[in-house]
Ligand binder design. Structure first.
Ligand code: 5GP
Length: 243
């Protein structure tokens, strides 16, 4: 797990009150080159308590990529062993030939502590996460404003050769074809705006009743209402003005 956040985990609270809640698995998918990484980095800057999961991959590192920060670069045999031991939350073959997977252990632990985790994975992974985690996961699709914009971005980053770009464009079509299974869509035509939108999704998801341990609060408020109601009734009985 890479952090935006480091150090001891703390149980999350909702809306600044003392409501404990479960962590959110915020899945961010979308075509390669659409800028998912930059949008996630922007949210991490604004919300340093959020964790980003670091995936395993069998693809070789690109210049500048670091083992443990960008990916956990492993061999196919190592990947298959992790998969067979049940150590991956989800996994998929992406761009035709490379395996990518999310480590399960750190995610289970973080969610248990109420920490929010961002996953940058493909639509197949998103589908598996939905199947496994239900509504504990929120699925966000980042789309390009136009196909041409995606093409330009992929060409400009100079990290892939023509063959790899062609594979990524084929995957991009697949991603877009599966847009309907997502909960949210962000069109990334201006980075700052896209970052704000992903942050807004995170904040809204934090407020969902289904994630919160709300029964304690409900009980306390009702007990307070009963106690205060009684004292108000007593005051009225005595003819005292209401405080
Ligand atoms: P890249 O090779 O360009 O870094 O990543 C290619 C794609 O692999 C990303 O766009 C992302 O959607 C997907 N990906 C990265 N990590 C994972 C993972 O752990 N699981 C799945 N299913 N897809 C991943």
């Amino acid at each position: 797990m890479s952090g935006c956040a480091k150090g001891q985990p703390v149980a999350a609270t909702t809306a600044g009150c003392s409501l404990q809640r479960r962590g959110i698995l915020l899945v961010v998918a979308g075509p390669s080159g659409v800028g998912k990484g930059a949008v996630i980095a922007g949210v991490c800057e604004r919300r340093p308590e959020v964790h980003v999961s670091v995936s395993y991959t069998t693809r070789p590192p690109r210049p500048g990529e670091e083992h443990g920060r960008d990916y956990l670069f492993i061999t196919r045999e190592e990947f298959e062993s992790l998969r067979d031991k049940g150590e991956l939350l989800e996994w998929a073959i992406v761009h035709g030939d490379q395996c990518y997977g999310t480590p399960k252990g750190p995610i289970d632990e973080a969610l248990q502590w109420g920490q929010d985790i961002l996953l940058e994975i493909d639509y197949q992974g998103a589908r598996s996460v939905r199947r496994l985690m239900g509504d504990q996961a929120a699925l966000v699709f980042v789309a390009p404003p136009t196909w041409q914009a995606l093409l330009d971005r992929l060409r400009k980053r100079h990290t892939e050769d023509a063959d790899q770009i062609a594979r990524r464009l084929a995957s991009a079509r697949e991603e877009i074809a599966h847009l309907g299974m997502f909960d949210y869509i962000i069109i990334n035509d201006a980075l700052e705006d896209a970052v704000m939108k992903l942050e807004a999704i995170l904040l809204s998801e934090r407020l969902r009743l289904a994630r919160a341990d709300w029964r304690g609060l409900q009980q306390r408020l009702l007990s307070e209402a009963d106690a205060l109601g009684q004292s108000v009734a007593d005051a009225a009985g005595r003819g005292d003005p209401l405080a």
